[in-house]
Design a protein around this ligand. Structure first.
Ligand code: ZN
Ligand code: ZN
Length: 66
């Protein structure tokens, strides 16, 4: 599983996100899935909905060179 290396900030602390990364089936957007907006610097989804094209439906993103 590919883990998100974006930065999240909660309670003033910066952390590495480490959520799973997904790729949108519709537009190819790659990012992690969060439960509200602007949670992660590498966020691509809110509740499984793509932030670029608003489609639902994505696959877990696997880097081919791992
Ligand atoms: Zn993330
Ligand atoms: Zn999309």
């Amino acid at each position: 599983m590919t883990r998100c290396l974006g930065t999240t900030i909660s309670e003033g602390q910066r952390r590495v996100c480490q959520h799973a990364i997904y790729q949108c089936n519709n537009c190819g957007n790659i990012g992690c899935d969060q439960h509200s907006f602007s949670q992660c610097s590498n966020q691509g989804y809110v509740y499984s909905r793509c932030l670029v094209c608003s489609a639902k439906g994505q696959n877990e993103y696997l880097e081919s060179n791992q």
